[in-house]
Design a protein around this ligand. Structure first.
Ligand SMILES: Cc1cc2nc3c(=O)[nH]c(=O)nc-3n(C[C@H](O)[C@H](O)[C@H](O)COP(=O)(O)OP(=O)(O)OC[C@H]3O[C@@H](n4cnc5c(N)ncnc54)[C@H](O)[C@@H]3O)c2cc1C
Length: 236
């Protein structure tokens, strides 16, 4: 078994580090510009938050989703496993910057422990032993002069990572549709939930439209449906 001091179990941390200022005013202003014969609607004084909310609801119902692309949101995430980050980076309409296993030395291996393993003491002990031996082998390879880019081959999927990523509101609604569904993996589902909580605070009209397919109609999962329609936290 490896040296326990070199191991650190970590938990998910999610921050909304930046976003388009007044995202709903920007989106509504853009939508209005499409239909207005007057000046550019973004600078129009009469655009109030209440009117912006009405405009957004109307255009989104009509499927005019491109206006949502004017609002961007940047997240800082840590304590996410490589197993989950691999799923996250499959979303292509986004910009990602992820901590590199080529440039960063993993002197203390930070790892994520799935609840299904944590709740069974014996399995949790085996899991910790395995992580410890991976860390030990990583150190041995590095001490023998193996470059980081090769030593990292022994790091497990449980290894925690850090990312900064930016998505626009249209892509976020798509990500929430896929990743809030109970069919999504538990960790990326938790990440999506935490992201939605943060987005809803700054753009409640836009993100009141978020949720898996069952929020808008019958579950699209067919035989694989969980049978439990998703309820957003603001309606609980
Ligand atoms: C429950 C679940 C299980 C999954 N299982 C697997 C699996 O077993 N194996 C696997 O490989 N992946 C799997 N995935 C990942 C999945 O296939 C997608 O890669 C991932 O969800 C990204 O979604 P996306 O491609 O719709 O959207 P994004 O990449 O976020 O893009 C958003 C939208 O933009 C459009 N778009 C983007 N790029 C293109 C393009 N090149 N051409 C045309 N339109 C484009 C599409 O409309 C797309 O929906 C799974 C995902 C989920 C949610």
């Amino acid at each position: 078994m490896g040296d326990d001091r070199q191991l650190k179990r970590v938990r998910l941390g999610v921050e909304l580090s930046s976003h388009t200022p007044q995202p709903e005013m920007v989106v509504a202003g853009a939508a209005r510009t499409c239909y207005s014969a007057k000046e550019l609607a973004l600078s129009a004084d009469e655009l109030t938050p209440q009117l912006a909310s009405k405009i957004i609801t109307r255009v989104v119902q009509r499927g005019h989703l491109s206006v949502l692309e004017h609002a961007s949101f940047t997240f800082a995430v840590e304590g996410l496993s490589r197993a989950a980050s691999h799923q996250l980076v499959r979303h292509r309409i986004a910009s990602f910057s992820q901590q590199s296993q080529r440039y960063v030395e993993f002197t203390a291996l930070e790892y994520v422990l799935p609840p299904t393993i944590e709740e069974r003491t014996e399995l949790a002990e085996d899991f910790a032993r395995f992580i410890g031996s991976a860390q030990k082998l990583y150190r041995r390879l590095r001490e023998a002069g193996v470059p980081r880019e090769d030593a990292r081959f022994v790091l497990p999927n449980a290894s925690a990572t850090k990312l900064i990523f930016t998505m626009n509101a249209r892509e976020l609604l798509h990500v929430f549709t896929l990743r809030l569904c109970s069919r999504a993996q538990w960790e990326i589902r938790e990440l999506a939930h935490r992201m939605l909580e943060l987005c809803y605070q700054v753009a409640p009209t836009i993100f009141s439209l978020a949720g898996p397919g069952c929020r808008r109609g019958p579950c699209p999962e067919g035989d694989m449906s969980c049978g439990k329609p998703w309820v957003p936290f603001w309606e609980e």
